[in-house]
Ligand binder design. Structure first.
Ligand SMILES: [Zn+2]
Length: 236
């Protein structure tokens, strides 16, 4: 009998490897070897399963939000209608009274005078009157541009719509969709020029937007609206 082996066997038994056949007999036989192996396996497993140090994971970058939170008060809003002001590249007081959010030629956001809350259905006094017969529950966003423009033949005039404005618009729409849980559909995110077709509410020959001055290849209300929706969706 080997005292060293016996002491090893006692330690194994104490650790829960009972050596049922021979106990601590001091004989380094198969049972003891198997128990030592099992114990080593356990240790290896413990080391192996130790979770690898967590990688400094990149935080899922939150979608860039550009509309200040206090411009988006609690309200039940169902759709976003996008316009141009048919004015200059800057937001006038008149423009600010008709829309909730305006976007100047460099993409700068200007807050309209009426709160979005006033357009919650039914529209309250002082609401933003941006779309004939479709203001309740509708948020009005407008690009400051296209004053003096002509639809056919197309002439964007002195204040053409800029790409910066358009890109800001799709970000604003994405922010509003998130804030008010508005899905991006043809009925819920649309341009003024689509209102008559998509909502069945007669308008008076509005062509914002049937042409995009920065991208003449996009023509027609639906093509412009589809571009708006797909780019806004991509920012959600
Ligand atoms: Zn309009």
């Amino acid at each position: 009998m080997n005292k060293t082996v016996q002491s090893l066997q006692r330690r194994l038994i104490a650790l829960g490897y009972p050596l049922p056949k021979y106990g601590a007999d001091g004989d380094p036989g198969g049972e003891t070897i198997a128990a030592v192996n099992a114990a080593l396996d356990e240790i290896e497993k413990l080391r192996g399963v130790k979770p690898p140090a967590p990688k400094p994971s990149l935080p899922a970058s939150p979608p860039a939000s550009i509309v200040p939170a206090d411009w988006m008060p609690d309200a039940k809003m169902g759709r976003i209608i996008c316009h141009w002001t048919a004015g200059s590249h800057e937001a006038s007081e008149f423009d600010r009274s008709h829309y909730h959010i305006l976007i100047e030629d460099d993409g700068k956001l200007i807050r309209g005078i009426p709160s979005i809350k006033l357009n919650e259905a039914p529209a309250k006094k002082g609401y933003a009157a941006h779309t004939l017969g479709a203001n309740s529950g509708s948020i009005g966003v407008s690009l400051c541009c296209m004053g003096g423009a002509n639809e056919s033949p197309f002439d964007p005039g002195k204040y053409p719509m800029t790409r910066e404005q358009w890109d800001a618009l799709t970000s604003v729409v994405a922010d509003l969709c998130r804030r008010y849980s508005i899905r991006v559909t043809e009925m819920t995110v649309l341009s003024h020029a689509e209102v008559q077709n998509n909502l069945g509410i007669q308008q008076r020959g509005k062509w914002d937007f049937t042409r995009l001055a920065f991208d003449p290849s996009v023509k027609g209300a639906k093509a412009c609206g589809d571009k708006l929706r797909s780019e806004a969706k991509a920012k959600l």
